[in-house]
Design a protein around this ligand. Structure first.
Ligand code: COA
Length: 190
């Protein structure tokens, strides 16, 4: 029996990962649509391109609703904000359950530019995995541009067994079993 989204506690929040020490991590809320738009001020076209696979991303009202008004069961999304500035969006990690295969979800993550490569993506993805596992998700898929070294590195760091399943032009589809707990070392390129 799953807990309600609003009342569910974030798992492993006692983990004092250094990367999250100055951040608040919580489920996304409807009022985060403004934070998503405000984050455009400090987010590069490259980051949007890697996340949304298009150079100039325009957030429509419909998309903002989709991104922020989630059920927490089939669409799980976590945001990180600055502890000292709760309106400042740092990162968003989400996964959306596959309609035809409820054990599987597609994941996507953005760490906004000033916060990249500090371990925040890894920490957020691990928290997301814990929530996904609690909800019966056992496998994640991610669509990653082949030159996106950061996301490929992140996948292999969090999911040591991640593998390339398919290729669509410049984009690779990665698939990985969802794992919990501390990261295991990744032994090399795949
Ligand atoms: C991909 C992304 C989420 C990674 O988040 P992050 O917080 O920077 O990642 P971390 O600091 O946790 O780093 C995790 C691993 O990724 C790899 N990595 C991160 N930044 C990297 C970079 N600039 N170059 C190469 N590898 C990098 C490393 O393997 C790193 O592990 P290490 O620190 O032990 O070496 C972030 O760069 C981002 O939002 N990029 C733009 C949007 C995007 O690509 N989203 C993914 C679409 S599915």
């Amino acid at each position: 029996m799953s807990r309600s989204w609003e009342s569910s506690k974030l798992p492993r929040m006692e983990v004092t990962e250094e990367a999250l020490a100055t951040l608040t991590v919580r489920p996304i809320r409807a009022d985060d649509r403004k934070r998503i738009l405000d984050a455009r001020r400090y987010t590069s076209p490259q980051t949007y391109s890697q996340r949304f696979h298009e150079a100039a991303h325009h957030f429509s009202d419909h998309e903002l609703t989709y991104l922020t008004e989630v059920d927490g069961e089939n669409h799980i999304a976590l945001v990180a904000t600055e502890c000292d500035d709760p309106d400042r969006l740092v990162a968003v990690a989400r996964c959306v359950r596959h309609r035809d295969d409820p054990g599987e979800a597609e994941l996507a993550i953005t760490v906004h530019d000033p916060y990249q490569h500090r371990g925040i993506g890894s920490a957020m993805l691990r928290l997301l995995c814990d929530m996904a596992i609690e909800r019966g998700i056992v496998r994640m898929r991610a669509f990653i541009e082949r030159d996106n070294a950061a996301m490929i590195g992140l996948m292999h760091k969090v999911f040591p067994e991640a593998r390339r399943a398919d290729r669509f032009g410049r984009t690779w589809e990665f698939v990985a079993d969802v794992v919990s707990g501390p990261p295991k070392p990744w032994s090399g390129a795949r």
